[in-house]
Design a protein around this ligand. Structure first.
Ligand SMILES: [Fe+2]
Ligand SMILES: [Fe+2]
Length: 178
């Protein structure tokens, strides 16, 4: 059974994960509009991952006696000055999210909620990966600078990214229960 504080905190974080998905989708269409389809692909996968982060958290709430609540999703930024500007934004955004996850762990600790503390470790680890990958990508785009050929090479490279579901995550959990 989740306490009200933990239930609320998880609902708010699920909303931030969905906002992240929305933000990366916005970036994906920005890249499509400037014909950088590799970057657009990378952002689209990023948006997909964030949607999974959202559902995984809402599923945890529901499976632990809480109630998943959909909150209004903020509109993300619409356009960026350059690819570098967008990837800087990703880098900064992931660091903000890491801070939010850590604050949520603190709430669960104060509520002495061990299952939630355990559950959130997945997100703590995921954020380490997200920070590393956004750092790598930002460095690549920074290194390309104004060099069109280098930027196109980075675009092609990011276009090769593949999607993976987190282990144990079921996107259609009700299908087997009907
Ligand atoms: Fe996330
Ligand atoms: Fe993320």
């Amino acid at each position: 059974m989740l306490s009200v504080k933990v239930n609320d905190g998880l609902n708010v974080q699920a909303n931030r994960e969905l906002y992240s998905s929305y933000l990366y989708l916005s970036m994906s269409y920005y890249f499509e509009s400037i014909k950088m389809l590799g970057f657009a692909h990378w952002m689209r996968l990023q948006a997909g991952e964030e949607l999974v982060h959202t559902m995984k958290m809402l599923d945890f709430i529901a499976a632990n006696g809480g109630r998943a609540k959909m909150l209004p999703v903020e509109a993300p930024q619409f356009t960026w000055a350059s690819p570098l500007d967008a990837f800087k934004h990703v880098w900064e955004h992931e660091r903000v999210v890491t801070g939010l996850i850590h604050a949520l762990v603190k709430v669960a600790e104060m509520e002495k909620d061990d299952p939630t503390i355990q559950f959130l470790q997945w997100y703590v680890k995921e954020q380490v990966e997200e920070e590393e990958s956004s750092d790598r990508v930002l460095k690549k785009v920074k290194a390309a600078g104004e060099d069109k050929v280098a930027l196109q090479a980075a675009d092609r490279m990011l276009g090769e990214r593949q999607f993976r579901f987190p282990r144990g995550f079921e996107i259609f959990p009700y299908a087997s229960q009907r």
